[in-house]
Design a protein around this ligand. Structure first.
Ligand SMILES: Cc1cc2nc3c(=O)[nH]c(=O)nc-3n(C[C@H](O)[C@H](O)[C@H](O)COP(=O)(O)OP(=O)(O)OC[C@H]3O[C@@H](n4cnc5c(N)ncnc54)[C@H](O)[C@@H]3O)c2cc1C
Length: 381
């Protein structure tokens, strides 16, 4: 694997870095404080090509490889992890499901709007009673004349109240368990589809997270995404790729935390010295820098394996497990380096810690990643 980014990757990274410095970092704390979803940023993200990263160019996307996607999400998350999670979930869950499992007419119908950022995507798998054990979902889809009737409720859905396109996983044959689940596209405005409660969160507070309710929602068979009863198998493939993207996001939070800690260590004076002169502080910074590099390398390895058509699932789980932990640890370290100020909302490091914690839970908890890694080890004994 060549660890050097090519000229196009560098140009995209620099464009996102500039955009983040100008338009994201100055606003991130206010969006978090107000728990406000910054809808006005979506067309800007679309112009930058960030809303169609997973969509091929013929459908209006930028069709990026996963190494580049990880690099760009790191840049965006360095400024605001919430905004990066919006971009990540839109791309790696909703857009990816359409791209990898949609038929030609579905791709033509839905991808251009999603890639432009004019339409936002939500991906609805989790329910109040089923998260890690996602196949135990209760939302059901029954055949009706010409289509399907969906009933159920989804939980923790990112873009739950602001999306235009909802990909919904529903049970089509409960007796078959995970082999009886099918995915459907439900456009906003379909009678019976509504956003439920807005969920108040510890971090990622400017993402839009809600319940999604489906009451006698009727969709035509042309809105079925993938084969009947094959939705869960497709979902696992979507989550495999999503882990690479969320790892990039976690690395971005960790990097932001380290940069803040380094800056502060050079400025804060105690006992007549900048605190960066003290070995105790230096070691914290050095450990974090080493761990962040390791997390990025794991992320890029998983992305490179994916992009070169090799098995990448266990490596994606390793990247997600490790980079989520590194993000939490780096943010916690930064709070320590900033002392009392780190604990205040005058500095961003407390937000980094709240945001980073999601990386250990969303799109498969740390325990689920360990389960997947161990399964791989035991299967290849
Ligand atoms: C901010 C946010 C955004 C999200 N966005 C989306 C979204 O857009 N779409 C969507 O579908 N979902 C979304 N989710 C849901 C998320 O994927 C789930 O919360 C996550 O998968 C965990 O499921 P759970 O919350 O039901 O926890 P549970 O599955 O109930 O887990 C509780 C605890 O038990 C542990 N556990 C469970 N099973 C095992 C096991 N077999 N072995 C060991 N430990 C185990 C877990 O690791 C965890 O520690 C989001 C969640 C959050 C918080």
């Amino acid at each position: 694997m060549d660890l050097r980014l090519d000229d196009q990757q560098k140009a995209l990274r620099d464009a996102v870095r500039d955009f983040t410095a100008r338009e994201v970092i100055p606003n991130a704390a206010a969006w978090d404080e107000a728990e406000r979803f910054p809808a006005e940023m979506m067309p800007r993200l679309g112009e930058l090509g960030l809303m169609g990263m997973v969509a091929p160019e013929e459908y209006g996307g930028t069709g990026l490889d996963y190494v580049t996607i990880a690099v760009l999400l790191e840049e965006l998350a360095r400024g605001d992890a919430s905004l990066a999670l919006t971009v990540e979930s839109h791309n790696s869950l909703c857009v990816a499901h359409l791209r990898f499992f949609g038929d030609e007419s579905q791709k033509r119908r839905w991808l251009p709007g999603l890639a432009s950022g004019k339409a936002l995507g939500a991906w609805c798998l989790t329910e109040a009673g089923s998260g890690s054990d996602a196949a135990d979902l209760r939302t059901r889809a029954e055949r009706v004349d010409g289509g399907w009737r969906l009933n159920g409720a989804k939980m923790f859905i990112t873009q739950g109240s602001v999306a235009s396109v909802y990909v919904v996983m529903a049970s089509t044959d409960r007796s078959k368990g995970s082999r009886g689940i099918t995915a459907f596209v439900v456009p906003r405005g379909t009678p019976g589809l509504s956003a439920g409660r807005h969920i108040k969160k510890m971090g990622m507070r400017s993402t839009d997270t809600t319940e999604v309710v489906l009451e006698d929602v009727i969709v035509p068979d042309e809105n079925r995404l993938g084969e009947v009863d094959h939705g869960f198998a497709d979902t696992l493939r979507i989550l495999d790729r999503g882990r690479i993207a969320i790892s990039g996001l976690a690395v971005g939070i960790a990097r932001a935390a380290l940069e803040e800690a380094v800056k502060y260590a050079g400025q804060r004076v105690a006992f007549g010295h900048p605190i960066g002169d003290f070995q105790a502080i230096q070691w914290m910074l050095a450990d974090a820098a080493t761990e962040i590099d390791a997390a990025r390398l794991l992320t890029w390895r998983a992305a490179w394996l994916h992009d070169t058509g090799q098995p990448f699932q266990a490596e994606a789980s390793m990247a997600k497990l490790y980079s989520g932990q590194v993000a939490v640890k780096a943010a916690d370290m930064a709070i320590q380096v900033l002392g009392g100020y780190g604990y205040t909302r005058d500095f961003p490091v407390e937000r980094y810690l709240r945001d980073a914690r999601l990386c250990e839970i969303g799109e498969g908890t740390n325990e689920v990643q360990r389960m997947l890694i161990a399964r791989h080890l035991l299967a290849t004994r």
